[in-house]
Design a protein around this ligand. Sequence first.
Ligand code: MN
Length: 224
Amino acid sequence: MAKLDRYLARRDFEKTNEPRHPGAATGLALRYAMQKHAATRTHFDLRLEWEGVLLSWAVTKGPSFDPAEKRLAVRTEDHPLTYLDFEGVIPEGYGAGRVMLWDIGHWQPLEDVDKALARGSLKFALHGRRNTGSWTLVRMKGARKGDAKRENWLLIKHEDEAAHGPDPTARWSVSVATGRDFDEIGQDAPARPFGPERRKARPRFRKPQLATLTGGGPEADTAR
Ligand code: MN
């Protein structure tokens, strides 16, 4: 079974604007993203670039910076690399709902990935805008029994300098890329111009007054 067969089989590309074609690895650093997905239940999709696809887990409650808080992460089908910065609305059908690009950056495996995935325990570091530090994904015992499509893993923060920070899912409620909230994504509103943290928008430079441009007004001497 090719890596993306399952991904492709579950989507009707006549209806969804999700990416269709697999990409290819282009960089030395492995890319990472986390998408907040307002589907039937809102969850956070962890995506880790590996061998030309995005390994994917749906983290039901989102990441926690508290090492004592183990978060359920349901392994989902590999996604194409081009999904990495997807943000938008998935129409009726599989995964229907709004998708917010919640974090973006790179990841770094701290051990042999293929062996770790087979064993069911992967240590890695995240170098995102919001999620940082080292983490472990651990497959729960018995997760493969019954429905093999639904593997339950746990996402656990390690004790490090990035641990115990403010709850990231409460702190950041808008897109890391466009600054939009779910309402704005649903309305296909334009990106907010001054970044993700929704700071009070301030013009970067003072718009020249017409008088200064024409040289006749009182501000002409001070205009730069
Ligand atoms: Mn999802």
